[in-house]
Design a protein around this ligand. Structure first.
Ligand code: 15L
Length: 267
């Protein structure tokens, strides 16, 4: 893999990856709708709105592998999700296909399956149960990825990211934490492993409290180094300061599930 495009360069994950991927691939093009403030002179950056198909085609020109982090990364109004995550994601896969990109790694989210209860361990073969418009857009992206893999031969990896950061910040994150180095391992499997056709991996570290069976990722050689349990005391101390959330605390998606929730009022 010689030339890689990473979208979402100005976001939380993109910003960390800009440091972690330095020197890993000979040519990395970074993109976002807004320019990161701290771009180094040797970093190639192309500003683009993913909802603009012509701009996305230009972005992928000469690229072999795409890491698609771009879009809106939390719940938002339908118009915002529609443009950034539905149209933007479709444009990315369509442009990748048309311009001869070989692989796409798509950053999906745990919120595509957020309405599974915390009492249930799930694999990647379950029906999607989105907890938000954002989660719906991620489920859509996974479906688009499967389509371009099966119909057009793109090699596609969807990483259902839990919570990316230096440590798990509360009880829920003890189950879904993803250490940045482990994210790099997962996306490199997506960009480099010879047997990728269409895969979904959970973007989670080696968390003893996990709700997810990530054996598919491990079959491809994933060996996470982060262990959420190393931070249990800190995470539980932070949890003790949070208000109870009767709906959010039941489901894997947490507060994304309780926001706008009124299923119990329908009779
Ligand atoms: C996500 O998908 C979001 O992008 C991130 O901001 C967190 O909310 C994360 O999920 C989470 O579930 O903790």
């Amino acid at each position: 893999m010689k030339s890689v495009l990473v979208t979402g360069a100005a976001g939380g994950i993109g910003t960390r990856l800009r440091a972690l991927l330095k020197g890993v691939y000979p040519h990395i093009r970074w993109s976002d709708i807004k320019r990161p403030d701290d771009l180094a002179p040797d970093e190639e950056f192309v500003q683009a709105d993913l909802a603009d198909y012509a701009a996305v085609e230009k972005l992928v020109d000469g690229i072999e592998g795409v890491v698609h982090l771009g879009g809106y990364s939390i719940e938002g109004p339908w118009e915002t999700i529609l443009n950034a995550n539905i149209i933007g994601c479709y444009n990315m896969f369509e442009a990748a296909y048309r311009k001869g990109v070989k692989r796409v790694v798509f950053a999906t989210s745990n919120h595509a399956v957020g309405f599974y209860p915390r009492s249930q361990k799930i694999g990647v073969d379950v029906t999607v149960r989105p907890d938000s418009r954002y989660g719906i857009s991620k489920a859509f992206g996974e479906a688009v990825g499967a389509f371009y893999a099966d119909k057009h031969g793109l090699r596609v990896t969807c990483i259902r990211i839990g919570n990316f950061g230096d440590k798990p910040i509360d009880q829920r994150r003890l189950a879904i934490w993803l250490k940045p180095d482990d994210m790099v391992q997962l996306l490199r499997i997506g960009l480099e492993h010879p047997d990728i056709h269409f895969e979904i991996f959970y973007g989670a570290s080696d968390n003893a409290a996990a709700w997810w069976d990530n054996s598919d990722a491990r079959r491809f050689g994933y060996k996470p180094s982060g262990k959420a349990e190393d931070f249990r005391a800190e995470a539980m101390a932070a949890q003790a300061k949070l208000p109870a959330d009767p709906v959010g605390d039941r489901f894997q998606g947490g507060a994304f599930c309780s926001a706008e929730y009124d299923a119990d009022k329908r009779g």
